[in-house]
Design a protein around this ligand. Structure first.
Ligand code: NAD
Length: 275
């Protein structure tokens, strides 16, 4: 199964489907990421705050998969935005991951009350220039935060990773990002299982029409929208199910019906409130 790669604004590319490890127990991470790699995933999304980078690194090392076939993302936590802290934070993440370079380093939240997210971005540009991150981007940044970064540094983030699922699509952020050639990554792409997304009529109807599961339909909706997505599951059968999404396509009408599920329903923190 070949996962499509999308071009980033810095000349690099990213596999559009990956595997996320938020809330994966650090003690179980090596085994779970090994299962994901065995299922075919080559793009892993972790973060310093998940405290499971060591397990991700062990799974990578044990896999024997050539480094250039993997795409590894980690994130700078908000406690490490100030001063030169980002420079030590990336070194700690690389050490835990057992890597010399991550493929993508993200500033995790703007945490605007701290007033340090622009500094974090300036240091991340240095991290990229030092070769410790091939691409750099942000997460949970609203247009006002993106504008501040771009105005100060002239460096446009390669991606913005935001909460995005059918009931919460953040169209203002998506449209701003499209205008600036910033790729959107969806976190919580399945709504984190916090509302009955898989029982919504447009999702179940498309699943029945294509002989696929509701989860596969929602992942397909993201992919056809051009969104990068990395659903999480601890279960090998679901990992395989979530990866098996390249043998069908939703019709324009099915896409539109799922898009119409937007109702401003967030399942987790708001960028202005995480500080
Ligand atoms: P998700 O939407 O991927 O939901 C995960 C949950 O969905 C699983 O725990 C499981 O209960 C369920 N699930 C998965 N596959 C299923 C299937 N085939 N059938 C039925 N249920 C299924 O939520 P997530 O893990 O929060 O988001 C994905 C990734 O995004 C994370 O692992 C992490 O890498 C990233 N993330 C980033 C941020 C951020 O602030 N940048 C925040 C949250 C998550």
């Amino acid at each position: 199964m070949t996962v499509p790669h999308l071009a980033l604004n810095d000349g690099h590319s990213i596999p559009q489907l990956g595997f996320g490890v938020f809330l994966v127990d650090p003690d179980e991470t090596e085994g779970i990421v090994s299962d994901a790699l065995a299922a075919g995933y080559r793009h892993i999304d972790t973060a310093a705050i998940y405290r499971n980078e060591t397990g991700v690194g062990r799974a990578i090392a044990a896999s024997g998969i050539p480094r250039d076939e993997l795409f590894i993302t980690t994130k700078l936590w908000i406690d490490h935005q100030a001063g030169s802290l980002p420079l030590t934070a990336i070194d700690e993440s690389l050490e835990k991951l057992g890597l010399e370079q991550v493929d993508l380093y993200l500033s995790h939240w703007p945490a605007p009350e701290r007033g340090t997210f622009v500094n974090a971005w300036e240091r991340m540009v240095e991290i990229r220039d030092a070769g410790k991150a091939r691409s750099i981007g942000v997460s949970n940044h609203l247009p006002e935060h993106l504008t501040a970064l771009i105005d100060v540094t002239g460096v446009v983030p390669a991606v913005n990773q935001i909460e995005l699922h059918p009931a919460y699509q953040q169209r203002d952020v998506v449209e701003y990002s499209a205008r600036h050639d910033i790729r959107i990554e969806a976190w919580g792409p399945l709504g984190q299982g916090k509302y009955p997304l898989f029982e919504e009529a447009p999702v179940t109807a498309a699943a029945a029409a294509h002989g696929k599961t509701p989860a596969q339909v929602v992942i397909r909706w993201h992919l056809q929208n051009g969104t990068i997505v990395f659903p999480k599951s601890n279960r090998p059968a679901r990992m395989q199910e979530n990866f098996d999404v390249f043998d069908f396509a939703l019709t324009d009408a099915e896409m539109a019906a799922i898009t119409a599920l937007e109702r401003g329903q967030r399942v987790s923190g708001h960028p202005l409130e995480v500080n």
